[in-house]
Design a protein around this ligand. Structure first.
Ligand SMILES: Cc1cc2nc3c(=O)[nH]c(=O)nc-3n(C[C@H](O)[C@H](O)[C@H](O)COP(=O)(O)OP(=O)(O)OC[C@H]3O[C@@H](n4cnc5c(N)ncnc54)[C@H](O)[C@@H]3O)c2cc1C
Ligand code: FES
Ligand code: FES
Length: 509
């Protein structure tokens, strides 16, 4: 419920404070697992934002969050799925919905105008979500290419208009901006130039943020959002049964689909120490709270081979919220980052209270949904070795759809050759076992052998010893077994200069 601003003296904040339409909203006594979508539609009756799937898949609920950028002068905008975003995580941010874009006099935003003029809406259910995804693109990439548009819309589904008119609208939205007397910008809602308005919003957001831990209680539910790692460590140690919440793209579904109660949540998204990325001579060091979209450019700088893997990781709104740390800690057997990170020799830094320790990622997974994390311990950093010369790496994702689909199988490979012999090899798969797991028998079959057709075929057979995959709605056990072998063969063909496509087809038969 809205209350007046009255909390400065308290070191532990009791109210969630964020901006909506340029005004500060302050909420107390809210259920910490209430979603942003529920708040918009049920509390505010702001019903432009729609609910389709309630699990981050369809994009009908897309909204945009704005935060000060690194300079503190401009805004950084991210499209996210409001159906799985918990309301308290809005603290210190600006929330923009489809209603935010229309000017006070009713003038539509260029994105909305372009969708209308291109006949890009029929039943209209998906349209607010498309508006917000395109709005985020419009603000962040004034020179978006067709590929950028396809990527930006990968998380939005339309079931009646078809995508061509929507892409047409995306292509033409910039021309409306140029023609507009108001900079064609959402900030025209509050008057003034776009730059002036952004600075005003930034100032307000900086004022909202301070160093206090946000602490909420509602009935028997608790929510903490610390801002530094020492407070986080203390909270996690004192509440060993708490659920750690990062981007919420896994945790959000436990509530929206499984209707689970989460009595205590500890949010890591405001912990500055977890948001940093550093590089030294040997290692790329990524904070566990860095979102997938922020982590990937750093990773691709050193390992461009993974571009397609991460392009196909969920959708932009999921990658804008979901973190690399959350992907690893969740430990899904079909998580996409882990096979690649395992084959790179990644190590995790873990912390409990004041004590930190390091663990190789391939020792982190003990059994299905069981990790080496002790009660009160959490992941702080992901340490990825930099590439060694002469090493070839790849990771291939197999799923039913190109975009926004979970893997049936994900295979990752890393080989170092000494002439024609295998000096070192690491192979790991997702989707073939209860955890992401190395193929140790298969690796042994290749180590110190020639990197040739015969030894690779022999090693492929060893995968049956490494894994006993199960069948489910994504793929049968037999399919998983076969495709796992084929991915190793694909890696061999790509790295041996033998990419004879005919032989691939021959093998597949
Ligand atoms: C529509 C959709 C599509 C998806 N597609 C993909 C996909 O293509 N590939 C893929 O791999 N995944 C996919 N996911 C899953 C999810 O997006 C990822 O696993 C994501 O990286 C989770 O990160 P998060 O920050 O949202 O984690 P959260 O949901 O916040 O947390 C996940 C788990 O990790 C724990 N945790 C988080 N941070 C820490 C920490 N620092 N220390 C200890 N524990 C921690 C939490 O307690 C929880 O158990 C998809 C999800 C959705 C909803
Ligand atoms: S309602 Fe479908 S993504 Fe949120
Ligand atoms: S216009 Fe009907 S679903 Fe897109």
């Amino acid at each position: 419920m809205p209350v007046t601003d009255k909390r400065r003296a308290d070191p532990q904040l009791q109210a969630v404070r964020f901006l909506l339409d340029g005004e500060i909203v302050s909420l107390t006594d809210i259920d910490p697992t209430r979603t942003v979508l529920q708040y918009l539609r049920e509390d505010l009756r702001r019903t432009g934002t729609k609910e389709g799937c309630a699990e981050g898949d369809c994009g009908a609920c897309t909204v945009v969050l704005a935060e000060p950028d690194q300079s503190g002068q401009g805004l950084r905008l991210r499209a996210i799925n409001s159906c799985i975003q918990f309301l308290p995580t809005l603290h210190g941010k600006q929330l923009l919905t489809v209603e935010s874009l229309v000017a006070a006099d009713g003038t539509l935003h260029p994105v909305q105008r372009a969708l209308l003029d291109c006949h890009a809406s029929q039943c209209g259910f998906c349209t607010p979500g498309f508006v917000m995804s395109l709005f985020a693109l419009y603000k962040s990439q004034p020179d978006a290419t067709r590929r950028d548009i396809d990527v930006a819309l990968a998380g939005n589904l339309c079931r009646c208009t078809g995508y061509r008119p929507i892409v047409d609208a995306a292509n033409t939205m910039y021309s409306y901006a140029a023609a507009s007397e108001t900079d064609g910008d959402w900030t025209h809602r509050a008057g003034g130039s776009a730059g002036d308005q952004e600075r005003v919003i930034c100032r307000k957001l900086v004022e909202l943020a301070d160093d206090s831990t946000l602490s909420l209680t509602s009935g028997d539910k608790r929510y903490f959002a610390p801002r530094d790692i020492n407070t986080l460590a203390e909270l996690v140690e004192n509440h060993p049964d708490a659920c750690i919440l990062a981007g919420g793209t896994d945790v959000g579904l436990w509530v929206s689909k499984q209707l689970r109660e989460l009595p205590t949540l500890i949010y890591t998204g405001d912990v500055a120490d977890l948001q940093t990325v550093t590089t030294d001579d040997a290692c790329l060091d990524i904070g566990a709270g860095v979102t997938i979209n922020d982590a990937v450019p750093h990773l691709l700088e050193h390992y461009p081979e993974y571009e397609e893997l991460f392009l196909r990781f969920a959708s932009p709104p999921i990658r804008n919220a979901g973190t690399l740390g959350g992907n690893i800690a969740n430990g899904s057997p079909i998580g996409d980052s882990m096979p690649a990170l395992i084959t790179l020799g990644t190590r995790l830094e873990l912390r409990k209270g004041k004590t930190t320790r390091e663990l190789p990622l391939d020792e982190f997974y003990l059994a299905y949904q069981e990790t080496a994390l002790q009660p009160g311990e959490f992941v702080t950093r992901i340490k990825i070795p930099l590439p060694e010369s002469g090493r070839e790496v790849r990771s291939y994702k197999i799923s039913k759809r190109f975009d926004q689909d979970i893997s049936a199988v994900c295979g990752a490979f890393s080989v170092e050759l000494d002439g024609s012999r295998v000096r070192d090899i690491r192979i790991a798969y997702g989707g073939l076992a209860a955890t992401p797991k190395r193929a140790l028998e298969c690796e042994q079959a290749l180590l110190a052998h020639d990197w040739n057709e015969a030894s690779v075929q022999a090693a492929m057979a060893m995968l049956d010893r490494d894994y006993a995959p199960i069948g489910d709605m994504r793929a049968s056990d037999e399919y998983r077994r076969k495709v796992g072998k084929n991915l190793l063969y694909k890696f061999y063909l790509e790295t041996s200069g033998t990419s004879d496509v005919a032989s691939v087809y021959e093998y597949a038969r």
